[in-house]
Design a binder for this molecule. Structure first.
Ligand code: HEC
Length: 107
């Protein structure tokens, strides 16, 4: 019994960081929640993910930092880390560490 609880606790501890870890997996969730409603279908000429994939990470971060009016509502409140995660998810290009922000490795 005690051992079962210990194993369950151990699994919970192992599982937790996987969700908190910054990176493209986190970016995928952000894309689904905040971007796909326009970019997956090309609504109002939003570039499709294939097109976004050809951009540089910095260009995506720039578009999220100074968004076109249509995008402003969707990207409000995103942290720098969120922007980096979603950029790497879209471009599949690794971003080097910058200041306090860790490297975001493309998967
Ligand atoms: C409400 C719809 C909408 C949402 C939500 C949205 N976008 Fe956009 N986005 C657009 C439209 C429309 C454009 C094209 C603007 C233009 O060129 O005039 C655009 C342009 C961009 C561009 C610039 C592309 C280029 O070639 O310069 C990037 C990068 C981008 N979006 C990324 C994102 C990301 C990442 C998210 C989610 C965090 C997001 N967008 C959410 C509608 C949206």
């Amino acid at each position: 019994m005690v051992r079962t609880i210990a194993v369950a606790l151990g699994l919970a501890l192992l599982a937790a960081p996987a969700f908190a870890e910054p990176g493209p997996a986190e970016g995928a969730g952000i894309y689904q929640a905040r971007c796909a409603m326009c970019h997956a279908s090309g609504l109002a000429n939003a570039p499709l993910p294939d097109k976004l994939a050809t951009l540089e990470n910095d260009k995506i971060i720039e578009a999220l930092t100074n968004p076109v009016p249509m995008m402003a509502g969707a990207v409000g409140g995103m942290s720098e880390q969120d922007k980096r995660d979603v950029a790497v998810f879209l471009t599949k290009k690794t971003m080097p560490a910058k200041g306090d922000l860790p490297e975001v490795k493309a998967e």
